[in-house]
Write a protein that binds this ligand. Structure first.
Ligand SMILES: [Cu+2]
Length: 325
């Protein structure tokens, strides 16, 4: 019923607008003026407004940046993040000047070439030089950016060799929390299967697999050693979630039924980052970056980066998987 009433209200509003426009037509006819005929004065006014609108738009963008800029991410806390930031900076460096130049020209031409009945536009059907310029320049720019992006992607996504000294952590997502599973001393995560997910075994870890015995499950917050490669394995129990660690410039989907990977090297401890950002309350964070349900906003976990010594101390104080059963 409500939908019908809303539909009726919209229909009436549209009818009212159409009727009002026909009144405008009638009054124009009475005044001896064609409806929708644009006067010279109106034209000049529009041309002048371009000169006001475009600079105001630029000032608005600048103001937005000055007001909200403080919420931008601080310097990347991971080694590969430098490359991602470089890619972003290069893209902005091209986009911003092009945006300012094209929009300034748009306003200027609208103003300068406002309709004038005594002036005739010059007409040419074809110009090879112009066509070549506006095809080749954007193609070269885009090709360069895409190649640069692919090169960055490949360098970021290259896996850590098995024999390397690394930490392996599984991040398990479900509506609406995270669990981190550390591989333990053997540096191998125990097998897991969704059929084993029940009650105490929320991650479906296979206890018959010897690699699982020393696995460590943590909730609430997880720790990382500084300057050491960390290999992340992502899984999800229910829907697609997205593990987002903004300060490390890392994001990866967590897809039910499969494992996804990402790795990075943290380069600043939490304490160092507190100093860098001059913010005593600074903390690294893992967020879900896919709208995955009603309590999605609450799906987060604190990350603590510390010296390897402190990290080992913390890890040894955590319960082993078998002990927690
Ligand atoms: Cu989620």
């Amino acid at each position: 019923m409500i939908t019908f009433l809303i539909f009726l209200a919209i229909l009436l509003a549209v009818t009212a607008i159409v009727q009002m426009l026909s009144i405008y037509d009638l009054t124009s006819a009475i005044k001896g003026r064609k409806a929708f005929e644009v006067t010279e004065r109106e034209n000049k006014m529009q041309a002048f407004l371009w000169l006001i609108f475009v600079p105001s738009y630029f000032i608005f963008i600048l103001w937005q940046y000055l007001v909200w800029g403080k919420y931008m991410l601080p310097e990347s806390a991971s080694v590969h993040g430098e490359k991602i930031d470089g890619l972003f900076a290069t893209t902005w460096l091209i986009i911003i000047p092009v945006f300012i130049i094209t929009h300034s020209l748009l306003a200027y031409f609208c103003f300068k070439y406002v309709y004038n009945k005594d002036r005739k536009a010059s007409f040419f059907a074809h110009n090879n030089k112009l066509e070549l310029a506006w095809t080749v320049i954007p193609s070269l720019t885009l090709a360069t950016l895409i190649l640069y992006g692919l090169k960055t992607w490949n360098s970021v996504m290259s896996p850590i060799p098995d024999e390397a000294d690394k930490v392996t952590i599984e991040l398990f997502a479900r509506q609406f929390d995270w669990t981190a599973r550390y591989a333990g001393e053997d540096e191998k995560l125990g097998r897991s299967h969704f059929r084993l997910i029940k009650g105490f075994n929320a991650l479906g870890v296979d206890s018959s697999d010897a690699n699982a015995h020393d696995d460590i499950l943590v909730k609430g917050e997880f720790h990382l050693p500084v300057n050491k490669p960390v290999e992340f394995v992502f899984r999800s129990q229910d829907v697609i979630h997205s593990a987002y660690m903004p300060h490390f410039r890392a994001q990866m989907n967590c897809v039910p039924g499969m494992a996804t990977l990402f790795n990075f090297i943290p380069r600043y401890t939490t304490a160092e980052m507190k100093q860098k950002t001059s913010n005593e309350n600074f903390d690294y964070i893992l967020l879900c970056n896919k709208i995955c349900g009603a309590a999605h906003y609450n799906m987060q976990m604190k990350i603590i980066v510390e010296s390897e010594e402190d990290y080992n101390k913390w890890l040894s104080s955590q319960k082993r998987f078998l002990a927690s059963n």
